[in-house]
Ligand binder design. Structure first.
Ligand SMILES: Cc1ncc(COP(=O)(O)O)c(C=O)c1O
Length: 378
């Protein structure tokens, strides 16, 4: 494909170093919970601006551990409906009940008024998901609201490695944050996750939860209902290598985004603006084509005629309409429903050329024009 939806980039020199380090693990037999995991944790804590970081098997397990550690069982957790399934699922796996909140169209983040309306004596936490890598400027208001209500503010920072608001990095705004290192993310470990927190109790409990709830590595006393949520040393080696590239990857993605911003200015496609005071890692470049555009048909034309793959949406359908969360509630969160159905995500990667970025916008404009002509003819 001339422009794929995303491209994982592990430079050749890094691959050599990764393979040498993995060889060391294979030789020593230290394949999990070793020095590489500890080094990855230290590096991520520095990036997230927190005192602690705990490596886990995935972003999903990082979320579930956080919800278990803060004790959501029997209570409610307010979650934005436009998020990945893992965010609300982790709440329910930890014994909590999800209450879905509306989307703020200016950032695709959770809507402050919706959170205010859903807060109740049963609320244990509010989750902010930094969709596409954008940290909402409403973060201080959300924090104040949570503090006043005595509930935890949790960040799902799966999209937001290295993004900032007011100079503060993603991961440092709430009681705890979950990162993901799934292959499509800005940086990857193959699979993996991380909990970032300043809270000593969450740090301690997370280490117990991720290792089958055992009180210590060599102990056979299970004090918490944990699981095998450990991160292996080979995964930690890949993750640490990628984390060292984060500033460079973000700069490359920002360069692509700047080209999109410039070229889309003369079209009827409206990019989601990065709020003043925020820096975005451009996990996604989110844009709104004119109302009425058939997104599936647009994506098909771009793929088949122009060899361009649009990136996955954030998200194609809101979670409150997913059957697993109960009876369909269509129409109850109309802003999220409309934005989920309408937005597109242009391809971005750390190795995308300026030419390809220009080609994407050119192809998008032509594909939209051909859809308009098709609509007039039929
Ligand atoms: C917003 C969000 N939360 C949680 C997750 C789960 O992360 P993982 O795939 O590492 O379990 C993802 C990643 O896919 C995500 O995008």
């Amino acid at each position: 494909m001339r422009v794929p939806p995303a491209k994982i980039h592990i430079p050749e020199e890094d691959r050599k170093q990764i393979l040498a380090a993995i060889d060391g693990c294979l030789t020593s037999g230290q394949l999990t919970l070793g020095k590489h995991g500890a080094a990855f944790e230290e590096a991520l804590a520095r990036t997230a601006g927190t005192r602690h970081a705990v490596a886990t098997s995935s972003g999903t397990s990082a979320l579930e551990i956080i919800f278990r550690a803060i004790g959501v069982a029997g209570g409610e957790v307010i979650v934005p409906t436009n998020t990945f399934f893992a965010t609300p699922a982790a709440v329910e796996h930890a014994g909590g009940t999800v209450r879905f909140a509306e989307c703020d169209p200016s950032t695709f983040s959770i809507d402050l008024d919706s959170v205010r309306a859903l807060l109740s004596p049963k609320t244990r936490a509010v989750v902010v998901v930094h969709i596409g890598g954008i940290i909402t400027p409403r973060m201080p208001d959300l924090r104040a609201l949570c503090d006043a209500a005595g509930v935890a503010l949790i960040e799902d920072a799966a999209h937001a490695h290295g993004s900032t608001l007011g100079g503060k990095p993603a991961g440092s705004f709430g009681r705890a944050a979950a990162f993901s290192f799934y292959p499509t993310k800005v940086i990857t470990a193959g699979e993996g996750g991380m909990i970032a927190t300043d809270d000593d109790a969450i740090d301690e409990q997370a280490r117990v939860y991720r290792d089958q709830g055992k009180a210590g590595f060599t102990s056979n006393f299970h004090t918490l209902l944990g699981n095998n949520w450990r991160l292996s040393e080979p995964h930690a080696i890949i993750g640490a290598s990628q984390l060292a590239r984060l500033p460079e990857f973000i700069a490359a993605r920002q360069r692509v985004a700047a080209i999109y911003d410039r070229l889309l200015a003369g079209t009827d496609v409206e990019p989601l603006r990065i709020p003043a005071g925020s820096t975005c890692n451009y996990y996604k470049y989110i844009a709104l084509p004119p109302a009425g555009v058939d997104r599936a048909a647009l994506k098909k034309t771009l793929r088949e005629t122009y060899d361009v793959g649009l990136s996955g949406e954030v998200y194609e359908a809101p979670c409150h309409l997913q059957p697993v969360f109960g009876p369909q509630a269509a129409g109850t969160l109309p802003v999220a429903e409309e934005l989920c159905a309408r937005h597109i995500c242009l391809p971005v990667s750390a190795v995308m050329s300026d030419d390809d970025a220009e080609y994407v916008v050119d192809s998008l404009v032509k594909a939209l024009a051909s859809q308009r002509v098709g609509a007039e003819v039929s």
